[in-house]
Design a protein around this ligand. Sequence first.
Ligand SMILES: Cc1cc2nc3c(=O)[nH]c(=O)nc-3n(C[C@H](O)[C@H](O)[C@H](O)COP(=O)(O)OP(=O)(O)OC[C@H]3O[C@@H](n4cnc5c(N)ncnc54)[C@H](O)[C@@H]3O)c2cc1C
Length: 363
Amino acid sequence: MIVGGVEDLKNAVLSKNLCVACGACANLCPYIDMVEGKAIVFESCGLRNGKCFAFCPRTYLDVASLDYAIFNTHRTDHVLGVSKMIITGRAKNPEIRAVSQYGGVVSALLSYALEIGEIDSAVLVKSENGIDPQPVIVRKRAEVMACARSKYLVCPTVSMLVEAIKHEKGNIGFVGTPCQVEAVRKMQSSELKLEASRIKFIVGLFCTWALHPLASESIKEKVKGRKILKLDVPPPPANIFIIQTQDGKLEVPLEDLRKFIMPSCNACFDMTNEFADLSVGTVEGDEGWNMIIIRTNVGERIFQKAMEGNVLEIRPPKEDNLKHLYEAVLTRKRRVISEASSGNIAYLLLNDEYKLKILREAP
Ligand SMILES: Cc1cc2nc3c(=O)[nH]c(=O)nc-3n(C[C@H](O)[C@H](O)[C@H](O)COP(=O)(O)OP(=O)(O)OC[C@H]3O[C@@H](n4cnc5c(N)ncnc54)[C@H](O)[C@@H]3O)c2cc1C
């Protein structure tokens, strides 16, 4: 077992600019806080085996062990990870679709899981001004809807999840980007005590990168006081960031914002949220739909209930969409594994067989 304390966290993650700002280490420790997109250690506690090190997604990530702990099996699809079904879908309710990012599958599933008692609360992300994200605990459908749409800036949701574990009763749901979900899975599989087993439903968002909180000022300058309704990043080769305001759409060259991409995102090998119960992303060229990867028994059960409850409509994914997704993920994995092999990325624990499969796979 790999163990470490706060000094190891500083050496392996913070000093290398690899913090993902998920907040897993803060809120568990009086000496760590999140400041401007980074965990800051105010004082060293001296512990050699700390939760801050154990739960951080960038100290180490043992992919095969996590696969086994979550899925009770090893992956056969080394690109998209363990899955039971890959399907496209959208919320049946047009009111949900109207306020959501794409097909509203995440908001529809979360609110249904609350309604049927699969979970009693959930940790989501809200933004009053459309940019600056805040993690919140929700218990009702209206609160889920108020959190819909993607906020492309990092948000310390795992810190709020720790708050929910401390103060909420019953089962908890969570929506997060891949690094955030990795932190949650590390909590659940850790021997260090935390009631993480009450986290019963984890919905993972596909993700390529997230922006540092400093991007907020730059976006505000561009919208010049207009109210932001939605942000979007269309797939390549568009190379633009779309800001939908009350007065129309602004198309910002991605280059203008690239400097705000979290450095830790460059070290990420997980674009499809491989450790979630169910992962959700966009469908290229079909904006009102989501790509859904059902991964665990829990994900499958809640998805089936949502189908029986008339909450979602589905259709088979187009071969082209699957091919593009597979290629994009493979390209990312290949780059990150090459860098890991040359010693630039140390946190990823992958066996040689897995690495060779990725490096040899034809795109
Ligand atoms: C930073 C980021 C990058 C992404 N990159 C990609 C990508 O490259 N490719 C792709 O296919 N999809 C990406 N997505 C996912 C995509 O934008 C949609 O969130 C997803 O397809 C679900 O769509 P929906 O209509 O079901 O979402 P909705 O029903 O609108 O629900 C969205 C949910 O996301 C949560 N959320 C919003 N912002 C954040 C955040 N910053 N951190 C954690 N949770 C948040 C909200 O709480 C809400 O529950 C990204 C999302 C984020 C937040």
